[in-house]
Ligand binder design. Structure first.
Ligand SMILES: Cc1cc2nc3c(=O)[nH]c(=O)nc-3n(C[C@H](O)[C@H](O)[C@H](O)COP(=O)(O)OP(=O)(O)OC[C@H]3O[C@@H](n4cnc5c(N)ncnc54)[C@H](O)[C@@H]3O)c2cc1C
Length: 313
């Protein structure tokens, strides 16, 4: 209850472990908090993530989470539709191979098939390592520093669609002694047309990963939660190492990335890794908003300078 109302700002420069050890006395409560904060951050260990951002995520989650009917693709589709209605032209399946930034000014986006787009501004929403590859002389810009400090977060994901649940009351489980999460998302969202139950399991990974061992662990949890699930199986998908994010607000971070790349005029970064204290997709959207606001503010200033000499007579 205290956490839901706490001012989390003071915990931005403290790790999850420091926060838990300093605020929870009961060892079991500590373990439950480690588990909850792991699920909020997707980071396996408590030593790297800054506590403040993850606690804010937990505060948001305590207000209730939204589960999307038909999954995340639905959100992307609505976004695409909204953009199209506003006249945005989306170019898909086009791999960008470089940017033309001669003289330290954004000039062109160059695609693999040779197409070039003239532009004054670019928001790079790729990973920091790809951003470094796309920008000439990136090693002389902040992009290099942001890439150097980045720590990637990955997860092993097992999704199964089951005809029915053998244990209908077993819908959700946080691992305490295992870094796993089990959730039947069909309890909250429409994910199949034939009543199949779509169950997802995630194993939060550290640096060392072992695809077979992770699968064994995830299937072990499924055995425990839904005994006999193999007899009910319609389809199974195992993704042994999914990138959750390319970087996050961690204790080794020297500075928050973006919104602007100060060395190149018109160049910005966005994406979950460009977090200024937000986590997961909130960080992706907040960083995009920051980049656009920065761009518009600069354009406003330029316009003002351009017309400054005009007076009203
Ligand atoms: C299993 C799992 C569960 C998750 N659950 C949640 C959740 O419940 N809530 C939540 O908020 N977040 C969740 N996340 C995190 C969420 O998925 C990320 O926050 C989000 O996808 C990050 O978006 P992004 O735009 O920063 O990066 P990305 O999604 O990595 O997008 C980068 C894009 O750049 C493109 N790209 C790369 N190079 C080029 C190039 N040369 N030319 C053109 N395009 C290029 C890539 O194709 C990609 O589409 C989850 C992640 C995982 C893996």
């Amino acid at each position: 209850m205290k956490v839901s109302k706490a001012d989390t700002g003071p915990f931005d420069r403290m790790s999850i472990r420091e926060w838990v050890e300093g605020n929870m006395r009961d060892p079991m409560v500590r373990n439950i908090f480690y588990s909850l904060l792991r699920a909020a951050s997707y980071v396996a260990g408590p030593d790297l993530p800054a506590a403040g951002p993850v606690l804010r995520q937990l505060q948001n989650a305590l207000k209730g989470a939204l589960y999307l009917d038909r999954g995340w693709g639905e959100l992307i589709e609505q976004l695409r539709q909204k953009a199209a209605d506003l006249g945005v032209q989306l170019v898909t399946s086009a791999k960008v191979v470089s940017l033309d930034t001669r003289g330290g000014i954004v000039r062109q986006v160059v695609c693999e098939d040779g197409t070039r787009f003239d532009t004054d501004d670019v928001i790079l929403a790729t990973s920091p390592s790809i951003a470094n590859q796309l920008v000439p002389f990136a090693e002389k810009t902040s992009l290099h520093k942001w890439n150097e400090q980045a720590i990637e977060v990955t997860a092993a994901c097992l999704d199964v669609a089951l005809k029915r649940l053998s244990e209908p009351k077993h819908q959700f489980a946080y691992g305490v002694d295992q870094t796993v999460l089990f959730s039947n998302y069909s309890r909250a969202a429409h994910l199949s047309d034939d009543g199949a139950q779509v169950v997802s399991l995630v194993k939060y990974q550290g640096k060392e990963t072992d695809p077979d061992k992770d699968l064994q662990e995830l299937e072990g949890v499924l055995d425990l939660m839904q005994p006999g699930w193999r007899d009910q199986l319609i389809v199974k998908q195992y993704l042994p190492k999914m990138t959750v994010c390319h970087d996050f607000a961690h204790m080794k971070r020297l500075e928050n990335p973006g919104p602007a790349v100060p060395e190149v005029r018109g160049l910005y970064v966005a994406g979950e890794w460009a977090s200024h204290g937000e986590v997961l997709v909130d960080a992706a959207t907040a960083s995009a908003k920051r980049a656009v606001q920065h761009m518009l503010a600069l354009k406003g200033k330029e316009r003002k300078t351009l017309y400054e000499h005009r007076g009203i007579v």
